[in-house]
Design a protein around this ligand. Structure first.
Ligand SMILES: CCCCCCCC/C=C\CCCCCCCC(=O)N[C@@H](COP(=O)(O)O)[C@H](O)/C=C/CCCCCCCCCCCCC
Length: 215
């Protein structure tokens, strides 16, 4: 029982992680970034096995980052800023698109960063949606405006199929475990600026170092 309870998703938990993500100097703590994603994956898993291929990909990327954080150079992987600095200074990133470092922290985080933009767009649609709006449509629109631009045809097709299995708005809000719809909307309103700020800071860092096209 305790085990299954600890696997239960709450939107509040994700909100707390993103709250802790930013240092006073606006550095992004990897530990909390990763823990925010872990919470989201928990949510995805609770929606059913059709989302398994998405969850598996997110988990493998989270694990790559955790391995760096726990590895011998762990002290360089405290924030996104320190990770970028360390990997660039030590030529551990495929800046010239050679594919020698297919699992660098920078390229791995880039994939999650793009997914964070999808999340921001999706949550904003959810927050402003009406009772009769379809979650699958909101999700697809957010995906087409963000992640889809980075995915090949087959992944886009598979993602499109999975979106059809997303529960309706009321059931979706229930799984968030924060209370009635008005409370969900309020917590989303609190979560969104935090997610947006983390996204924006990472976006600017990747632009500054020309890291948006890492293979
Ligand atoms: C606050 C609660 C409400 C929202 C809950 C959302 C829960 C979402 C949880 C996790 C999202 C998954 C993040 C997926 C990361 C994808 C990273 C990526 O782009 N990977 C591709 C490229 O990687 P490399 O090959 O270059 O290493 C990879 O090819 C992707 C494979 C899987 C397909 C990804 C489709 C993503 C669709 C967007 C998520 C839809 C979730 C719908 C659930 C409502």
């Amino acid at each position: 029982m305790a085990g299954s309870e600890s696997q239960k998703f709450t939107l509040q938990e994700v909100l707390d992680s993103f709250k802790l993500c930013l240092s006073p100097h606006k550095d992004v703590y990897l530990e909390h970034y990763v823990s925010g994603w872990r919470g989201l994956v928990k949510f995805l898993n609770s929606l059913g096995s059709i989302f398994g291929f998405i969850s598996k990909d997110a988990v493998s990327k989270i694990q790559i980052l955790v391995n760096f954080m726990k590895g011998e150079s762990g002290s360089e992987y405290v924030t996104v800023q320190s990770m970028v600095k360390y990997e660039l200074n030590n030529q551990l990133v495929d800046v010239d698109k050679k594919g020698i470092y297919p699992e660098s922290g920078c390229r791995t985080l880039l994939r999650l960063h793009r997914a964070l933009r999808w999340l921001e767009l999706f949550l904003d649609r959810l927050r402003t949606s009406g009772e009769n709006d379809k979650t699958s449509v909101m999700c697809r629109e957010a995906y087409n405006e963000s992640l889809a631009n980075h995915h090949p045809f087959m992944i886009r097709k598979a993602a499109g199929m999975a979106f059809l299995a997303i529960p309706g708005r009321a059931a979706f809000f229930d799984v968030m475990n924060v209370g009635p719809p008005e409370r969900v909307v309020a917590v989303l309103g609190e979560a969104l600026p935090l997610i947006s700020e983390v996204y924006q800071i990472t976006e600017e860092l990747y632009t500054k170092h020309n890291l948006h096209d890492l293979p």
